[in-house]
Write a protein that binds this ligand. Sequence first.
Ligand code: R5P
Length: 289
Amino acid sequence: MKVVGGSASVPLAKSLVRELSAGYVDVAFEKHPGGFPDGERYVRLLGPVAGDHVILVQTTHPDPMIVEFLLLADAIRDAGARRITAVVPYFGYGRQDNRFLEGEAISAKTIAKHIAVDCDELLTMAIPANPDILRTFPIRAREVSGMPALGRYFKSANFDALLAPDEGAIRHVKQASAVAGVPFDFLVKERIDSYTVRIEPKALAVKGKSVAIVDDVISTGGTIATAARELRSQGARRVTAACVHGLFVDNAEANLKTCDEVIATDTIQSPHTKVSVAPEFAAAIRALG
Ligand code: R5P
């Protein structure tokens, strides 16, 4: 088994190599130092993959990382790989799983269709859409949970309670809570627009406690900031923001100042990446058979 990491996911790919005791195939991402002036991607495999089962690890965000994924998959297939497993830690364009208005693209399906051209199967994590969309993909596709990884972190750092900032996050926080052995509660969120959310008033047992707000994605940080203010107003001693996918766009860093600590996994590499989901993906790869 060999692992190839796209430039969005090199640290996670290298952690997977250690978990799986696999080989690592280096990739050159620039033809000339500095890359192409117009920003086009370039890839060149620097080792053989003929006859191998290759694990291609690449988050499809931001957009150029999708192109890079496709270039790598094509190069790996042309180089004679026997089987290609796509590990897409964060599935960019995974939000839209339905045609709500005539003429719309079902973006999650669009990306999957292109991944399936060269890959035999797909593993991803906390896809922003309803995970049922995976069953409509043209290749076998499975969602792997990152919550055990966050749960292990919560356990080691002695948190008192976990909080889902909305009902959608309950399925995630439940898993983290089971691993950490820490109770959880949830808020009910109403989204006003892309930047503004409102939460329903609710009494929380958080006075004097260290609480982690657990979400699948932090984008603008609006959801977390609203939940953090509620926790503070109800007397929480310490507030941590934790997510699987840290996109941190727009005013996220300012919004996250409402928290004492921010934790994200390595599905998207950022200064807040403190937890690796490599053990979760390694277990899922072994289970593929
Ligand atoms: C959707 O509800 C997701 O679970 C997240 O809560 C949401 O994407 C976070 O977005 P933002 O950080 O912009 O509030």
